[in-house]
Design a protein around this ligand. Sequence first.
Ligand SMILES: O=C(O)CCC(=O)C(=O)O
Length: 301
Amino acid sequence: MSLPQRPWFETEDYETYIARSGFDDATADFIRHMAEHGYALVDLGDEARGLCDRASADAERYFQRHGVHRVQDAWYRSQAIRKLAAWPKVRELLRAAYGRDPFPFQTLNFLAGSQQPLHTDTVHFSSLPERFMCGVWIALEDVHDDAGPLIYHPGSHKLPIMTMRDAGVNHAPPTPDDYVQSFVPRFAERISASGLPEHRALVKKGWAFVWAANLAHGGAAIARPGATRKSLVVHCYFEDCLYYTPMTSDEASGHYDLRVPANARTGGWTWPQRDGKRARVRIKRVLGKLVRDVLRVPYAH
Ligand SMILES: O=C(O)CCC(=O)C(=O)O
């Protein structure tokens, strides 16, 4: 059977897909929630809950050593983080909702709320076909309202994807400053104009909040100084796609800065390909990947 060109839950006939696939009720509910709201909550179960403290302790070493609140790709050195990133129940649900097999390509551990401005992941990581990317946000402790929870706008995944060009950046390639000065304010205006209300994710330890690539989300302000909000964000791509970085691409002129994403489940990489045909990737990207793969050092910042 050929792979879908759009995630199943983002198509108009997802009910027909659910009916013909014979999913159990929990899977069907997950797909419906993703379709209607752009996110869904999943209880990862007691075994995963048991891993949360180990995952926090493993990340803590980097927080302390570098005096930071965020570490990227700690899965390279932590079995607990890697196991949570590749949790089989999440893989099954995502495969059902998207119609393609997912793989975790990046992890981020946070000690405290990120206070990140509202954004979608489509501007940071994208794919061809589009929308085959998602975030799996795992609470490593219960999240409290004053600790800067994740904020999100249910239904915003149905809005058109906003690119840097849509945000008024007309030179290529765009820069991180363009993101801060143009994308962030324009995107906030768009979400405010949509009238979609803001929600706060008070997620319990061992639960995952899964978001669609185009769901508007960010981090609320921390109201209690010193409050922790230990979490693990897992970014996933899906099989047989081209993976690229929109910020250093120029989609309008057909230039895609292709990536070779890591695969935290296998420990290796996933080469970008489409319809079974492997893509050509800039040598700079491949060398960067090789170095990263040999060193396998998490990045604390
Ligand atoms: O955890 C947060 O506050 C936001 C995380 C986030 O936006 C992301 O990883 O894409």
